[in-house]
Design a protein around this ligand. Sequence first.
Ligand code: ADP
Ligand code: MG
Length: 244
Amino acid sequence: MTEYKVDVTDLQKSYGSNHVLKGIDFKVANNEVVVLIGPSGSGKSTLLRCLNKLEEPTSGSIVIDGNDIADKKTNIDKARENIGMVFQHFNLFNNLTVGENIMLAPVELGKASKEEARAKAEELLETVGLSDKFDAKPSSLSGGQKQRVAIARALAMNPDVMLFDEPTSALDPEMVGDVLEVMKDLAKNGMTMIVVTHEMGFAKEVADRVVFMADGYVVEEGRPEDVFEAPKNERTKAFLDKVI
Ligand code: ADP
Ligand code: MG
C-alpha cells in the first residue's frame, strides 16, 4: 500500500449552515508538489487550515505521516510541528527581529538550543536570499522580503510538509518573482508542498499535479499540462478561461 504523506478521505467542513467542504478526497505523495486552484470561496483555505487543525473538520479523516490528526488522541502540537504554513499575510512578530522570528518556535518548543536555532536561522536566511537581515525589524522589509522571512520561519521547524495559502497574492508584482524562486528551490530540494495560488506559470513549471476545487468537491485533477491545456470539466474550463 502506498503510504501518502497527506491522505484526506471524505473531509467535510461546515461553518454553521454553510457546508463548505462536502467530501474532499485528497492525497499527496512524499516529495510531491500540488497546486490547489479554484474560485474564491470554494474552500481552498479551509482545506489547508483543516490540515493543520487551525479548523476542526466536521467529519472525515486526515492522515498525515501516518497520524490521524482528526483523532482526538493524536497530539496535535506534535503533528503540527511537522507541517509548515505560509499565509498571504506574513504574520511576523513586528516587535522581534527577523532572526528572532525564525528562532522563536524551535527555541520555545525545546527543539533547539539558542545557539543551534541561531545557526539554523542564519542558514535559512541565506537560503531565502536575506542573509544581511538577521537583525532587521520586519517593519523595515518589503512585502516580498517579509514573505521570504515567513518561509524561513516555517522551515526552521524542519517540517516535512509545507502549506502555502496564496503566498504572493498580497505582494506588489515586482516582489512576486523572488518569493516564487524560493518556493521553486524548496520544491527542487524535495519538499512536499501544497500551494494555493493564482500563479499559473508557477503551477505549470513546478507542480506535479494541479487540483481544481469547486462547490465543496475536488472537481478535476491531473498533470498541469493536462488540466491547463485540456480541462475535462466545464467548471474547470470556465475557471481557467477567467484566470489564464
Ligand atoms: P477560498 O480559500 O477557496 O477562497 P475559504 O476556505 O476561505 O475559500 O472559504 C470557503 C467558505 O467558507 C466561504 O463561504 C467563507 O465565507 C466560509 N468561511 C471561511 N472561513 C470561515 C470562518 N472562519 N467562519 C465562517 N465561515 C468561514
Ligand atoms: Mg483562501
